[in-house]
Design a protein around this ligand. Structure first.
Ligand code: IPM
Ligand code: MG
Length: 373
């Protein structure tokens, strides 16, 4: 089949990791006879540098016309350290999410057995963790009215949610729970915030339609603590935009590295796939960033296109790289060597192309112990 994929490499390590995801997709195209037509587009700090605009109209129209969007990372320290900047890279991503109606961001968090020692958390606490975080993505404080008083002494960020905004993502989260361990935890701050109380009321009312799913509630401060104390208690977590942003970074510690977490953002029509890590400016251009989250984002993209066998081939290749220890520095075990971003990408692509090769052969080639390349 033929698919058009909008590719937005973005800033920092974005282009490097996206290049590896494309290698994986190209291998899939080869093996399973598909054609992926990539339409590259600008967004973020690189786009401000070139066009003055973090999200040019052309990017938006490329995305709207594509079957799916693959995105790298956004952000640059020159904006992070300048709170007065009027145009910011992140505005591009936020506008894209809003314009495409990508209201539901799904962030799976898994403790991979091979990486359990990488997490600073105790093995017995994280082993077996498998959580799916459903983060609302186009509402709340991110998109509320923002104001700064004329004298610069008072700032304001408004937070609002409508029943409709809550219901549409809650339905998706309940449905996901039905395919898993049938537990849904709503994370909010209903003891303080009016918006959170509306979330609780709305989600409680919806729960009647999903009698097989157990619904429970946690205040976000407690949830932050429970995620570290006992992450296995969670199945699907549903939460609003800002809380989801924060707890998903926290949850990434369970997986051993944020460099492994992929995410999908879906809505009414379009869908975008991205690693949850940021632009990691310190690593830019060094070929050291972990490409697995981007590669796993490509797998999520394939699932969205209905290509499940293909997605599984990518996931198996990623697992193999973990088993063999062909990984970047951030997740290197005690005895394994560390590979560059591009070497990990080459391995994944090769593994997809030659799935019948023996492990040993791959290991030798990629650990530089073989001359057969
Ligand atoms: C994320 C990021 C973004 C967010 C930034 C880059 C705007 O942190 O996707 O989690 O806050 O949503
Ligand atoms: Mg974030």
């Amino acid at each position: 089949m033929k698919y058009t994929i909008a590719v937005i490499p973005g800033d920092g390590i974005g282009p490097e990791v996206i290049a590896q995801a494309k290698k994986a997709l190209n291998a899939i195209a080869d093996v399973y006879n598909h054609t992926f037509i990539y339409k590259e587009a600008l967004m973020g700090a690189c786009s401000i540098d070139k066009t003055g605009n973090p999200l040019p109209n052309e990017t938006l129209s490329i995305c709207k016309k594509s079957d799916a969007i693959l995105f790298g990372a956004i952000g640059h320290p020159k904006y992070d350290n300048d709170p007065t900047a009027k145009v910011r890279p992140e505005q591009g991503l936020l506008k894209l999410r809003k314009e495409l109606g990508l209201f539901c961001n799904v962030r799976p968090v898994k403790a991979y057995d091979q990486l359990i020692a990488n997490s600073p958390l105790k093995k017995e606490i994280i082993k077996g963790t498998d959580i799916s975080i459903f983060r609302e993505l186009t509402g709340g404080i991110y998109f509320g009215i923002k104001e700064l008083s004329d004298d610069g002494q008072v700032a304001f960020d408004g937070c609002s949610y409508s029943v409709e905004e809550i219901e549409r993502i809650a339905h998706l989260a309940f449905k996901e729970a039905q395919t898993r361990r049938k537990k849904l935890t709503l994370v909010d701050k209903a003891n303080v915030l009016e918006t959170s109380r509306l979330w609780r009321k709305t989600v409680t009312e919806l729960a009647i339609q999903y009698p097989d799913v157990t619904l429970d509630f946690l205040f976000v401060d407690n949830a932050a603590m429970q995620l570290i104390l006992n992450p296995k208690q969670f199945d699907v977590i549903l939460t609003e935009n800002l809380f989801g942003d924060i707890i998903s970074d926290e949850a990434s510690v369970i997986g051993g590295s944020i460099g492994l977490l992929a995410s999908s953002s879906v809505g009414k029509g379009n869908a975008l796939f991205e690693p949850i890590h940021g632009s990691f400016p310190q690593a830019t251009g060094k070929d050291i960033a972990n490409p697995l989250a981007s590669i796993l984002s490509a797998a999520l993209l394939l699932k969205h296109l209905g290509l499940f066998i293909e997605a599984n081939a990518i996931e198996r290749a990623v697992e193999k790289s973990l088993v063999l220890g062909i990984t970047t520095e951030d997740i290197k075990g005690k005895n394994s060597f560390s590979a560059s971003t591009s070497k990990v990408g080459d391995f994944i692509a090769d593994y997809i192309e030659n799935q019948d090769e023996s492990n040993l052969n791959f290991q030798n080639i990629y650990m530089g112990q073989s001359t057969i390349i």
